[in-house]
Write a protein that binds this ligand. Structure first.
Ligand code: DQA
Length: 150
């Protein structure tokens, strides 16, 4: 029974109200609801959700996933660009992780062009809006189960 953790980092609790021209009008609750619906159509797929504005809390949740969950989808927010600690936590648990960014970080400020997280994830989805989370769920589920839901 694959169980995945969806982690959203700092400021993503403000989704829908925060810079809507960049991130859209959907709230994090809307995104999570869509993922729950999607998971209902994937056999035995369970989801857990976590959002935090605090680096240490995100690291604690990644550690808790060690040997208990089957994969992680993470949008680390601005931590993407400089948190070696989150990167090391992902490397430590050695489980499949997909990195999601709602906006196309490569079109934006220079500091957003580099991710310190991407070397320790199986893949990255960037710039496709909140649909990126759904694409990530399909990809992670297929990665873990060996299926093909594309
Ligand atoms: C983001 C991109 C980051 O640069 C930014 O700090 C975020 C959101 C995205 O989803 O596009 O908070 O991760």
């Amino acid at each position: 029974m694959p169980t995945f953790l969806i982690i959203n980092g700092p400021n993503l609790n403000m989704l829908g109200r925060r810079e809507p021209s960049v991130y859209g009008y959907e709230t994090l609750g809307d995104v999570e609801q869509r993922l729950v619906k999607q998971a209902e159509g994937l056999q035995d797929c369970r989801l857990r959700f976590f959002q935090s504005n605090h680096e240490g809390e995100i690291i604690d949740r990644i550690h808790e996933a060690f040997q208990t969950l089957d994969g992680i989808i993470i949008n680390p927010g601005a931590f993407t660009h400089y948190s070696y600690a989150i990167r090391d936590a992902i490397a430590a648990v050695n489980m499949p992780v997909i990195e999601v960014h709602i906006s196309n970080v490569h079109k934006r400020e220079e500091f957003r062009h580099h991710s310190v997280i991407s070397p320790v994830v199986i893949g990255q989805i960037v710039g496709l809006g909140t649909k990126g989370y759904e694409l990530a769920l399909t990809a992670l589920y297929d990665h873990v189960t060996g299926g093909d839901h594309t």
